[in-house]
Write a protein that binds this ligand. Structure first.
Ligand SMILES: Nc1ncnc2c1ncn2[C@@H]1O[C@H](COP(=O)(O)OP(=O)(O)OP(=O)(O)O)[C@@H](O)[C@H]1O
Ligand SMILES: [Mg+2]
Length: 361
């Protein structure tokens, strides 16, 4: 079994009368890349601050490597933090920024040099040791911030939106670098981001938070393909939600009455029964437009309201007859997509094999 490095047991946090975390239970494995994701104000930073020791829980217990750490101050925890704004010392060069924590620990100069040189090499900044932060790009400053944390050999690194200040291209590069660095170091990363694509692509597991509660914990694939609530389905990726009631349940399909018509969907995990009200959730890539009526098996009729070219894919917004608006994402094909125009009436459907997501309402 993998070793638990961090455990939160029934952790709650209030500021004055305002309870911002409710009974959080979370186990984090050693070496894991765990991401906290959720809307602004849901409590992500507060969880990081509790783990790092900058806040105390109002209730509950926090364990690091099996030891209860509620009463242990931040500087004795072996947890390091990388802040969003990097918080580098502007008057110190890169080497001194990274060496700072080791000097506080009274390591000798030779040891400090060996360690700092090694981490600067790891983050590919060995030729920048003498530069001041203002002489570095955003991505380089970001790597100094990581080097400064990693040099202390922390058990856990907490990173609060460390990439959010970077432009798109640099951000993509840093995502890959950061993930590789984490793999090489084997350090547990607890990462906060607002960017769901970043969360999906970097994490071993994602924790979805809503209003100080955990909505779901799972691998990126579990979160995307099997969201346990409508909130999660709509927060991660785009969700087309069709509301109706169940007409028939079989082992591998379900029939749902939506507005005036009955539709069949592939579905294998049903605990639902006839007449239950349900939300049927279809991802944009699960839907397709039928040009030729002969193709259609089960389809909805609607009008195209918007066509968005995205390079490899194209997103089509379609207003259905029952007033729902859905988004359909298809691989872009010039000859096919030339035929679509705004206000055109079309039929949309879903492939037989596509398993829908179903939640009772
Ligand atoms: N020191 C504090 N005093 C009072 N309230 C606080 C304090 N710190 C955080 N809060 C409140 O706790 C809630 C959670 O805040 P937190 O910073 O953890 O959110 P977040 O998920 O990190 O949001 P964001 O995505 O905007 O960074 C918010 O309602 C916030 O106003
Ligand atoms: Mg925050």
């Amino acid at each position: 079994m993998t070793q638990k490095i961090i455990e939160l047991k029934n952790v709650s946090k209030s500021f004055g009368n305002d309870k911002v975390l409710h009974n959080i239970n979370l186990d984090i494995s050693n070496g894991e890349f765990l991401t906290l994701l959720g809307p602004s104000g849901c409590g992500k930073t507060t969880i990081l601050r509790l783990i790092a020791g900058f806040e105390n829980p109002s209730d509950g217990e926090i364990f690091l490597n099996g030891e209860k750490i509620n009463a242990i101050p931040a500087n004795k925890r072996n947890v390091c933090t990388v802040f969003q704004n990097y918080a580098l010392f502007p008057h110190m060069n890169v080497f001194d920024n990274v060496a700072f924590g080791l000097r506080i620990k009274n390591l000798n100069a030779e040891e400090i040099k060996t360690k700092v040189d090694a981490v600067l090499k790891m983050v590919k900044l060995e030729n920048f040791a003498q530069r001041k932060p203002h002489q570095l790009s955003g991505g380089q400053q970001q790597r100094v911030a990581i080097a400064r944390a990693v040099v202390n050999d922390p058990l856990v690194l907490v990173l609060d939106e460390p990439l959010s200040a970077l432009d798109y291209k640099l951000r993509k590069d840093m995502q890959i670098e950061l993930k590789e660095l984490q793999r090489r170091l084997g350090i547990t990363f607890i990462f906060v981001t607002h960017d769901q694509e970043e969360a999906l692509s970097m994490s071993d597991r994602i924790v979805i938070l809503n209003n100080g509660n955990i909505e779901q914990i799972g691998s990126p694939q579990q979160i995307y393909e099997m969201p346990q609530s409508l909130f999660v389905a709509q927060f991660i990726g785009e969700a087309n939600v069709l509301t109706g009631h169940i007409e028939e349940v079989q082992d591998d399909f379900i029939k749902v009455q939506i507005a005036q018509s009955c539709y069949q969907f592939h579905y294998t995990h049903s605990k639902l029964q006839k007449n239950d009200k349900v939300n049927v959730i279809l991802r944009p890539e699960d839907l397709q437009i039928y040009l030729d009526n002969a193709e259609k098996t089960h389809c909805l009729s609607g009008k195209i309201t918007n066509i968005v070219y995205k390079g490899a894919t194209v997103d089509l917004r379609v207003a259905l007859e029952n007033d729902n608006v859905v988004t359909i994402s298809e691989f872009f094909d010039d000859s096919r997509h030339q035929k679509f125009v705004v206000n055109q009436t079309i039929q949309i459907g879903w492939a037989d094999g596509v398993e829908v997501i179903l939640h009772d309402t």
